[in-house]
Design a binder for this molecule. Structure first.
Ligand code: FAD
Length: 265
């Protein structure tokens, strides 16, 4: 019997606590903060690692992004993934979720022979939660979203709990795709030795041309994106001031203010 092959889709996102927004252009200024693996994708990778520990097999991680996304793939290798592929090409830039999913699904086709694809439930920057289900539809495989627990796992099926509104117990026949929530596990940390090993690992880099045998490359990037962004508005933060009343006159001072403002008559 062939070994289990799990593919994990990983997006590099900016650290949302540090990132700045370019209000004029209505975009995230990605150069303003370091990139890291989307937190939900760490849960996806941990899910794959736990299944591999149980059933054996191998894990391939795939990311579409700029050349810098290589560091997130090295992080995934340090945490236990066996192979990493970066899809990087100017022709893939400006992709909406459909073009992103089409490019990722094409890469999965090129990799071939897989049993399970695992994604995060959403990203912390785009936040649509569309890519996982779209990849499954493009590959014509079944999927379950918002998986918070795996009750049973074998080579040909999973029994999972999905948090779609209420909690549902669902059987998924493989090959299939799941997207996972943060509740499913606690991602492990790589050791120093693992990090050193991953620094030297080879990362496959595929351009649009490399996928031309399995895809129509005009469907990549901006040209393959039907979404029109008309306007992006960044809400202004409201600065609120605070006054602290202390001492024996505190109540009187407060009442005076209320009276002045017409709150007390
Ligand atoms: P979600 O659907 O929330 O992600 C769910 C899961 O899918 C993730 O947890 C992960 O497992 C997987 N996943 C998502 N994205 C990737 C990925 N890239 N690689 C591997 N796995 C992934 N973004 C840019 O970075 N550069 C651009 O130039 C750009 N141009 C855009 C132009 C338009 C018109 C629009 C509408 C969007 C553009 N975006 C661009 C945003 C881009 O569409 C999203 O980053 C991308 O489609 C993923 O959507 P999401 O973040 O909502 O992912």
């Amino acid at each position: 019997m062939n070994e289990m092959h799990i593919i994990v889709l990983i997006k590099e996102v900016p650290d949302m606590n540090k990132v700045k927004f370019d209000a004029e252009r209505g975009v995230i200024d990605r150069s303003s903060a370091p990139g890291e693996i989307n937190p939900f994708d760490l849960n996806a990778l941990e899910t794959a690692l736990q299944i591999k520990e149980k059933l054996g097999g191998k894990i391939t991680v795939i990311s579409m992004g700029p050349p810098q996304a290589e560091r997130s793939l090295r992080d995934a290798l340090a945490r236990g993934a066996d192979r990493a592929i970066l899809l990087t090409d100017k022709r893939m830039a400006g992709a909406d979720t459909l073009a992103t999913s089409y490019t990722l699904a094409s890469a999965v086709k090129k990799v071939g022979n897989f049993d399970l694809i695992i994604c995060g439930e959403k990203t912390v920057d785009g936040d649509t939660g569309q890519v996982g289900p779209e990849v499954a539809e493009l590959l014509k495989i079944p999927h379950v979203s918002y998986v918070s627990e795996i009750r049973e796992v074998s080579r040909d099926r999973l029994i999972v709990v999905s948090e779609l509104g209420d909690a549902y117990l669902i059987e998924l026949k493989l090959p299939g795709l799941i997207t996972v929530t943060k509740d499913i596990n606690e991602p492990r940390l790589p050791t120093f030795k693992d990090k050193m090993r991953a620094r030297k690992a080879v990362i496959d880099k595929w351009t649009a041309e490399d996928l031309s045998d399995v895809a129509d490359i005009n469907k990549f990037g901006f040209s393959g994106s039907p979404t029109m962004v008309v306007k992006v508005i960044i809400p202004q933060e409201r600065v609120k001031s605070c006054q602290i009343f202390k001492g024996e006159n505190a109540v009187k001072d407060l009442v005076d203010i209320f009276e002045k403002k017409g709150v007390l008559k």
